[in-house]
Ligand binder design. Structure first.
Ligand code: UTP
Length: 293
C-alpha cells in the first residue's frame, strides 16, 4: 500500500473566525502547521503518494508543501542553513496531489472524490485535523490487519461515555490477534444509545469496495455523506472487500479542529520540546502556583 488520502476540505466552523480565510489544518503546532504532522505520519508508514482533498480558502496548504524560491534564496544568502532545511523539508516529504472537493458534502463525499486517483487498491485515510502521537505506528498495524482480513480497518479509541456523542461509535467483538470485528457503527450517539465507549478516530485503511458503497450512500447525519454510514454497510456485507475491523489506539490523540484539544496539543508539544520545554514548565508552574495570601 502506497497511497493515502488526506481529507482537508471541511469548513472548520468550530475555529471561526480564525478559519475564515485560513485552513484549520494550517494552525501552527510550535513551528509546523498541523497538516505537516499528518503528512509526516503518512510518510513514516511508507505512504508517499498522497492525495489531499481541499476546497475554497485552502490554497495555503498547497503553498506550504511547495518550493518557495525567494525565501530559500534569501535564507541561503544569509547562510541560515537550519531554517533553509526546515523550509525545504516540507516540499520534499512526499508526492502530494490536490483535488478540490467542490461542495463540502461530508467526509464520505470527500473520500469518494479520491476514487480515480486510488483505483482498485487498498488505501489509507488520515484526517488532516487529527494528530496522533508519533511513537504509535498505528498505520502499520492497520495495514497488516487489512492484508490479513481483506476488509477495511478503522482506528478506535476508548473515550469517557460522556464524550462518545462527539464521535462515530463502534459495536465490536473481539477477533483473533487482539483485534476487533465491527458489527455496527453509530454516528454521534447519545450516551444512552451508544453501544460502547469505542470512538472512531481519524485513521482508516480501506478496501476500494468502499467507493461503490459511498456512491450509493445517501446523506446521513447533518445532511452530509458520512464515511461511517458506508463502513456500516461494509461491516454487514458479504463477499470480497467486506468486513470492518478495528485496532484500538492507546496513545495520545488531539483533534486540532477543536479549540480545547488544539490548545492541549500545543501545550503538550511545547512541554516536550527540546528548546521550549524548560521555559514553558517554569512559566506554567508560576501561573499554577497558589497565590500568596
Ligand atoms: P469535521 O467533522 O472536523 O468537520 O471533519 P469540519 O467541517 O472540518 O470542521 P467543523 O466541525 O466545521 O469545525 C472531519 C474531517 O473531514 C474533512 C475535514 O477536513 C476533516 O479532516 N471533511 C469534512 C472534508 O474533507 N469534507 C467535508 O465535506 C467534511
Amino acid at each position: 500500500m502506497r497511497k493515502a488520502v488526506i481529507p482537508a476540505a471541511g469548513l472548520g466552523t468550530r475555529f471561526l473566525p480564525a478559519t475564515k480565510a485560513m485552513p484549520k489544518e494550517m494552525l501552527p503546532l510550535i513551528d509546523r502547521p498541523a497538516i505537516q504532522y499528518v503528512v509526516e505520519e503518512a510518510v513514516r508508514a511508507g505512504l508517499t503518494d498522497i492525495l489531499m482533498i481541499t476546497g475554497r480558502s485552502k490554497r495555503a496548504l498547497e503553498d506550504h508543501f511547495d518550493r518557495e524560491p525567494f525565501l530559500e534564496d534569501t535564507l541561503e544568502a544569509k547562510g541560515d542553513y537550519a531554517k533553509l532545511a526546515a523550509v525545504r523539508q516540507s516540499s520534499t516529504l512526499a508526492d502530494i496531489h490536490y483535488l478540490r472537493q467542490g461542495d463540502p458534502a461530508g467526509l464520505g463525499h470527500a473520500v469518494l472524490r479520491a476514487r480515480k486517483h486510488i483505483g482498485n487498491e487498498p488505501f489509507a485515510v488520515l484526517l488532516g485535523d487529527d494528530l496522533i502521537d508519533e511513537q504509535d505506528g498505528i498505520l502499520d498495524e492497520m495495514t497488516r490487519l487489512q492484508e490479513l482480513t481483506g476488509g477495511s480497518v478503522i482506528a478506535l479509541m476508548e473515550v469517557e461515555p460522556s464524550q462518545i456523542s462527539a464521535y462515530g461509535c463502534a459495536d465490536a467483538l473481539p477477533a483473533p490477534g487482539g483485534h476487533l470485528q465491527v458489527r455496527r457503527l453509530v454516528e454521534k450517539p447519545g450516551a444512552a444509545a451508544a453501544p460502547s465507549n469505542l470512538a472512531v478516530i481519524g485513521r482508516y485503511v480501506l478496501h476500494p469496495r468502499i467507493f461503490d458503497v459511498l456512491a450509493q450512500t445517501p446523506p446521513g447525519q447533518g445532511g452530509e455523506i458520512q464515511l461511517t454510514d458506508a463502513l456500516q454497510t461494509l461491516a454487514t456485507a458479504d463477499g470480497p472487500g467486506s468486513g470492518v475491523f478495528g485496532v484500538v489506539f492507546r496513545g495520545r490523540r488531539f483533534d486540532t479542529g477543536d479549540k480545547l484539544s488544539y490548545l492541549k496539543a500545543v501545550l503538550t508539544l511545547a512541554l516536550e520540546h527540546q528548546d521550549l520545554g524548560a521555559g514553558m514548565r517554569d512559566w506554567l508552574d508560576g501561573i499554577m502556583a497558589p497565590s500568596l495570601p
